[in-house]
Design a binder for this molecule. Structure first.
Ligand SMILES: O=C1O[C@H](COP(=O)(O)O)[C@@H](O)[C@H](O)[C@H]1O
Length: 223
């Protein structure tokens, strides 16, 4: 794991957006398309806003979330709503977007078709992960019903998942697809999350799911 500390949140957002854009551009120079997998929640908004204005062949980039809450795309807790408002606009409006919320009654019905939609975009060029204070990442929560399956080497690409701390049913990409990305970044801010990350490093992934992603990751932190 590489840990990068920034003087403030704005510097973090500027620098991380620049690193992500460079990694996508490098992949695009190779001739193929690129894929970008991002978190929801509250932390990534400034990075999304910086990225959305970046000069990139966005029409050759496929964007999808690492996880989604099973709620309508207009609902305030929808991760997709956050993405449409802060990332998929300006220049990045040209990106192809795979929406994890299909409108099916439950995420269970959607997991198979979503896996088929995402599979052609593996390995993911850039994965950006967030982390909750409870050390969950994507929707891999401690104590979640399908956590062991989601962390396994032979995990299905996409899993429906439910957990006490999650409020609503979720859908999530699983460890192999996320951790085996070409570039893995973890974005955390504030002292509580830094402490949670330090705690996670001493635990195993069933107690601290973020642990499963750290070996290959660059962690970006600002107060
Ligand atoms: O529920 C979620 O939480 C995590 C962390 O969110 P934050 O608000 O603490 O930044 C997020 O990474 C994940 O995508 C989201 O669904």
């Amino acid at each position: 794991m590489e840990f990068r500390e920034y003087p403030d949140r704005e510097m973090l957002a500027l620098s991380l957006a620049d690193q992500i854009a460079s990694q996508l551009a490098q992949q695009l120079r190779g001739g193929d398309g690129a894929s970008l997998c991002v978190p929801g929640g509250t932390s990534p908004t400034p990075v999304f806003e910086m990225l959305s204005g970046t000069d990139l062949d966005w029409d050759r980039v496929t964007v999808f979330l690492g996880d989604e809450r099973w709620v309508d795309g207009e609902y305030k807790r929808s991760n997709s709503r956050l993405l449409r408002r802060h990332l998929l606009r300006d220049r990045a409006a040209a990106a192809k977007y795979i929406d994890l919320y299909t409108g099916d009654a439950t995420p269970d019905e959607a997991a198979g078709p979503l896996a088929e939609a995402i599979r052609p975009h593996l390995p993911i060029t850039v994965v950006l992960l967030g982390m909750g204070n409870d050390m969950h990442t994507a929707s891999l929560f401690p104590g979640a019903d399908h956590l062991a399956e989601g962390l396994a080497n032979d995990a299905p690409l996409v899993l429906p998942i439910r957990a006490e701390g999650a409020e609503e049913p979720r859908i999530t990409l699983t460890r192999p697809a996320l951790a085996d990305a070409m570039n893995v970044h973890v974005l955390i801010m504030g002292p509580e999350k830094r402490e949670a990350l330090e705690r996670a490093q001493k635990l195993d992934a069933t107690e601290a799911p973020i642990r499963a992603f750290l070996d290959n990751a660059t962690v970006h932190w600002a107060e």
